[in-house]
Design a protein around this ligand. Structure first.
Ligand code: MG
Length: 248
């Protein structure tokens, strides 16, 4: 077979391969994600790790007790059972592409932080807010898709209560060295197809009414979902581990 590339081109500045290098490995072939609609969730890409497929909570535990997760599963989604507490995955992971779909309660009640509140906690520590923000003002860094208590989303891309919404999150875990922060966590969030954070650097772990310093933790952690007392639903949850490019 004729060479697909070149062997006489300059070496790329990051080393190892030439421009259009014949010997450079091909990207792995995968089946891409199938699109979600309001009627049905899409399909995960073929190389994704599925965290919730709509059938059961066997991959999830109570964040507080480690016992079985207390939320209910019906019609292909899970729903918060208020008072049962946050739930988290048994799976632990770090840098990733995370896909998750959620819907605020159909019956609108409460206001501000009291309306359709839940949350997606990356590594069990860093919250991307889930809130019914359709005609529901609240403090900006606590709106849906906000990095809670740190950064509001760039825009409010809310769908109506009861409609399925998507977060596609690219997460880079914080790096620690000698017990200190060496590189803050960074997150990109695409909400219903709209970029609302772009490689935004976190300032520390999530809290309420405070600023907390970074505290060293393992390079992997669970995905945690918040019971804030509202009947928020989730479906089609998966992630793909992210590998850094081969560059200095
Ligand atoms: Mg929340």
């Amino acid at each position: 077979m004729a060479s697909l590339g070149y062997d006489d081109t300059p070496i790329l500045p990051y080393g190892k391969y030439r421009v259009h290098d014949s010997a450079r490995p091909q990207p792995r072939v995968i089946t891409p994600a199938g699109p979600s609609t309001q009627e049905a969730p899409g399909t995960p890409p073929s190389d994704a790790v599925v965290l919730f497929d709509g059938k059961d909570l066997s991959g999830w535990i109570s964040a507080k007790t480690g016992d079985a997760a207390g939320w209910k599963v019906e019609n292909g989604y899970m729903e918060v059972v208020p008072g049962t507490g946050n739930i988290r995955t048994k799976e632990q992971f770090g840098d990733c592409q995370l896909h998750i779909e959620w819907a605020a309660p159909v019956v609108v009640k409460g206001e501000s932080q009291g309306r359709g509140n839940s949350g997606v906690f990356l590594m069990g520590r860093y919250e991307i807010q889930v809130l019914d923000c359709y005609n529901n003002p609240t403090y900006a860094d606590g709106t849906a898709a906000g990095i809670y208590g740190q950064y509001p989303p760039l825009v409010n891309a809310s769908r109506k209560p009861g409609e399925w919404q998507t977060y596609d999150i690219i997460w880079e875990a914080p790096r620690f060295a000698d017990g200190k922060i060496a590189r803050p966590a960074r997150v990109t969030v695409i909400w219903n197809g709209v970029v609302v954070h772009h490689a935004t650097k976190l300032i520390g772990p999530t809290t309420h009414r405070q600023v907390l310093p970074w505290v060293e933790h393992p390079p992997v952690g669970p995905l945690e979902l918040q019971d804030h007392g509202d009947l928020v639903r989730y479906r089609n949850i998966w992630y793909r581990p992210l590998k850094e490019y081969d560059q200095p």
